[in-house]
Write a protein that binds this ligand. Structure first.
Ligand SMILES: Nc1ncnc2c1ncn2[C@@H]1O[C@H](COP(=O)(O)OP(=O)(O)OP(=O)(O)O)[C@@H](O)[C@H]1O
Length: 280
């Protein structure tokens, strides 16, 4: 592997990511793990488990390095970087956001849902309650196909993404795959709000049963966004048991008639809901 660790792609919770090159040619991303990693003794078995997962929407682990305290993971290099870069209006301004069409956003959401569903169905999913999904960890390849990265590393170094309420309030349910469903719903909200005013659409138009008006969207795109909003509202329900499974989410996103489905109830505000549970 050829790399002089000069081309830094970024720094994450687990360490620093560099761009490198395999001798045979393709560029790679090398994630140098910090020494402070917890449960480091689990690294070899985790690498074996991660290497056995194959899905078009998961970032494929193509190699690893482990010697003494040094550990590194090698992945394909993703030329379009992370989804976060495209959808964060706060950090980067709207010009970046609008470079993704509604269709792009819908297809990315479908790909991410397929990747999470695969993880939940896999034997790895049986041992892991949640995978910590967030827009930083969704990388886009040259065709804007999303790849979920870092999904196994939360076993070594627990971290919270769009934290589901059950992480804080045990009374509403156990932390399970439904925490990923919640994170996925928040991700959808983030994606939609990058192009539209989600507050107004979610509350005023859709929830009131009205048709949504989205500027500069075709009829097909309007349907896609409407499905994404419905799925998002279902996924961010307060109680894990009220959220759909990732398999159900996929069914809805892939269903052409899903826009006719009933709108999920508006998710209640945490403090009110928690108060209610405490009174039960
Ligand atoms: N395979 C890859 N190809 C291209 N860029 C990558 C790749 N993997 C990571 N990066 C970039 O490197 C940076 C750091 O990535 P890393 O996954 O370590 O952290 P993160 O996703 O920013 O945050 P966290 O550690 O909380 O998951 C990010 O900006 C990401 O876009």
């Amino acid at each position: 592997m050829m790399n002089n660790f000069q081309d830094k792609l970024g720094v994450g919770v687990y360490g620093t990511v560099y761009k490198g090159k395999l001798r045979s040619g393709p560029p790679v991303a090398i994630k140098m793990m910090d020494k402070s990693m917890e449960n480091a003794q689990e690294f070899p078995s985790l690498v074996a488990a991660l290497g056995s997962l194959h899905h078009v929407n998961l970032m494929q682990l193509i190699g690893f390095y482990s010697e003494g305290m040094k550990r590194a993971l090698v992945y394909d290099f993703m030329p379009n970087g992370s989804l976060q870069k495209y959808i964060s209006t706060r950090e980067l301004g709207e010009s970046v956001c609008v470079s993704l069409s509604y269709k792009n956003l819908y297809e990315i959401s479908l790909g991410v849902a397929r990747g999470i569903d695969y993880l939940h169905q896999s034997s790895f999913g049986n041992q892991t309650s949640h995978f910590g999904i967030k827009s930083h960890n969704i990388l886009l390849d040259e065709n804007l196909i999303p790849k979920i990265a870092d999904f196994g590393l939360s076993k070594l170094y627990p971290k919270v993404s769009y934290a589901a309420p059950e992480f804080y309030y045990k009374s509403i349910g156990d932390v399970s795959h439904k925490a990923d469903v919640y994170s996925f719903g928040m991700l959808l909200m983030e994606m939609i709000s990058c192009r539209t005013d989600i507050q107004n659409i979610g509350n005023d138009q859709l929830l009131a049963g009205k048709d949504i008006e989205i500027e500069d969207a075709t009829e097909e795109e309007r349907k896609m966004i409407k499905k994404m909003i419905k799925v998002a509202l279902g996924c961010i329900q307060m109680k894990p048991a009220d959220r759909p499974s990732m398999r159900k989410v996929l069914e809805i996103l892939e269903d052409d008639d899903a826009e006719l489905l009933e709108m999920p109830p508006k998710p209640s505000i945490v403090s009110q809901e928690i108060g209610q549970y405490h009174q039960e």
